[in-house]
Ligand binder design. Structure first.
Ligand SMILES: *Cc1c(COP(=O)(O)O)cnc(C)c1O
Length: 478
């Protein structure tokens, strides 16, 4: 007799109490699909083998976990314990409550997005944030697009297509995820003209390079590296002077761009758009979701004439922001203007300015929960250094505390394997915990931990996982 025939019918498995419980939660459609897939898979598995088919209890459990997996959204909240605060792969900034509320409101209702409530005519969507941006940066005009890469592409396209863009050899930046200044210039139809040397560029290098084909002068913030030693670069004010003497605009790509000076709160100094504007830059671009702590956006501020040219370019329409992002951006910018303590209300700033003592106290509270959890690992609270991330201040570090898990026994290879399994197990939790492996240990930097009680619950679930160390857990197939 073919053992595959002894598998239960779809409806029989569907009627099992634990499958019914899953159906209550996830609906008939998805549960039925999971049951079918479970049976199909089991049938394929049994083909040709003469092992006994699994019992109904096992099948029900397989179906139940399959429904849960099918229902689990791909976009999921995680704990960012990597030690990188503005982590591009983990979505950069989380939003202020005011921004979340504004976004939900805009999602739920029609909004006056491009509608002038004064005269009932058509309006411009940039108007929602333009005045705020001008107030905060001292610029004459502003516009916003999808991200800073888009902002640079658009500004170059609008101001320099068919002409030369001058930039120092020390600033031909590559930002993660294929943003390379030379490629962006090419895509925008500009001819890149490198000026000076990698470590030193002087005013005369720009003077000598300017000619009849020059379209604009570009300065890019060296976000993710530092050139140190025997170096020279041309300050923005001097660069603006040179450009303007030849009737050319100066574009400054700031990358992160802080909207306030938080050095008093212990943060390193980050270049601000208003510095560049005050220095005479015609166009300044920066990201909405880096140090600013808002939604993903590319912000362009500067002189009215240049911004008007940029707004008229067809790419502006292609890169425009949607109403949700605009609502979140407006709310975030309002906090910079109106809040007594933006560093409290804007999560990115709150995480960056969290005191070492507070992080240490969190660690002390959490440590006992985990100490007994996995006997094969020792866990300690140790000093560590967080980084800002996303091209803000590449060399600066913030003192922090990490839970450090180290494998206790076995040989080096075994210990490394155990560590990787622990790291993988943390990633499989209902709310994945993302840490960092280094120096033979797993580090969970607590600077960005919000939801202390939750993480204790989640990590407590590790206990239910198969033993992580030594033999492969049962259920693992070779
Ligand atoms: C981050 C960065 C960009 C790209 O900005 P996105 O918002 O990620 O598109 C461009 N230039 C610099 C200098 C940056 O730091």
């Amino acid at each position: 007799m073919d053992v595959r025939r002894s598998l239960p019918a779809v409806d029989t498995l569907l009627a099992h109490p634990s499958v019914q419980a899953a159906r209550q939660r996830h609906g008939h459609c998805l549960t039925r699909r999971a049951v079918r897939e479970t049976l199909d898979e089991t049938r394929n598995h049994l083909a040709g083998a003469d092992t006994a088919p699994p019992g109904i209890e096992t099948l029900a459990e397989l179906a139940r976990s399959r429904v849960a997996e099918l229902a689990r959204p791909a976009s999921r909240a995680v704990f960012n314990l990597t030690g990188t605060v503005i982590h591009t792969n983990l979505g950069r900034s989380t939003l202020a409550e005011a921004a979340i509320a504004a976004m939900a409101d805009a999602a739920r209702h029609p909004t006056a997005l491009e509608y002038d409530l004064e005269d009932g005519g058509r309006g411009d969507r940039d108007r929602l944030v333009e005045n705020l941006l001008c107030e905060l940066t001292g610029a004459e005009a502003a516009t916003v697009v999808n991200n800073n890469a888009g902002a640079v592409l658009l500004a170059l396209g609008a101001l320099g297509t068919g002409r030369e863009a001058l930039i120092s050899r020390g600033e031909l930046i590559e930002i993660g995820g294929a943003f390379r200044m030379p490629d962006i210039m090419q895509a925008a139809g500009c001819r890149l003209r490198e000026v000076g040397a990698t470590n030193r560029t002087h005013p005369r290098d720009f003077e000598n390079a300017i000619g009849e084909h020059t379209g604009l002068v570009v300065k890019a913030h060296t976000s993710n590296y530092a050139i140190t030693g025997f170096t020279a670069s041309v300050p923005e004010a001097q660069l603006a002077e040179i450009a303007h003497a030849h009737g050319l605009p100066l574009l400054v790509d700031l990358g992160s761009g802080a909207l306030a000076d938080f050095t008093a709160l212990g943060l390193p100094y980050e270049a601000q758009p208003n510095d560049a504007i005050a220095a005479g830059a015609d166009v300044v671009t920066f990201s909405g979701d880096k140090l600013l702590g808002g939604p993903q956006a590319g912000i362009i501020v500067g002189r009215r004439e240049a911004i008007t040219t940029i707004k008229r370019h067809p790419l502006k329409r292609a890169l425009r922001l949607d109403k949700l992002t605009l609502a979140a951006l407006e709310a975030t910018l309002r906090l910079y203007r109106d809040s007594d303590a933006p560093e409290r209300d804007i999560p990115t700033l709150a995480l960056l300015t969290r005191s070492e003592q507070e992080i240490a106290a969190t660690g002390e509270r959490l440590l006992p929960h985990f100490q007994q959890l996995l006997p094969e690992f020792s866990v300690k609270l140790a000093a560590c250094q967080s980084q800002l991330g996303s091209g803000s201040l590449p060399v600066d570090r913030l003192p922090s505390r990490a839970l450090v898990w180290r494998s206790q026994t076995g040989q080096r290879r075994q210990r490394e394997r155990a560590l990787r399994r622990l790291e993988a197990a943390l990633r499989q939790l209902p709310r994945p915990v993302i840490g960092r492996i280094g120096d033979g240990a797993l580090h969970l930097d607590l600077r960005c931990l919000t939801g202390e009680a939750e993480i204790a619950v989640f990590i407590g679930q590790l206990e239910q996982l198969p033993r992580l160390y030594g033999a492969a857990p049962s259920g693992d197939r070779p």
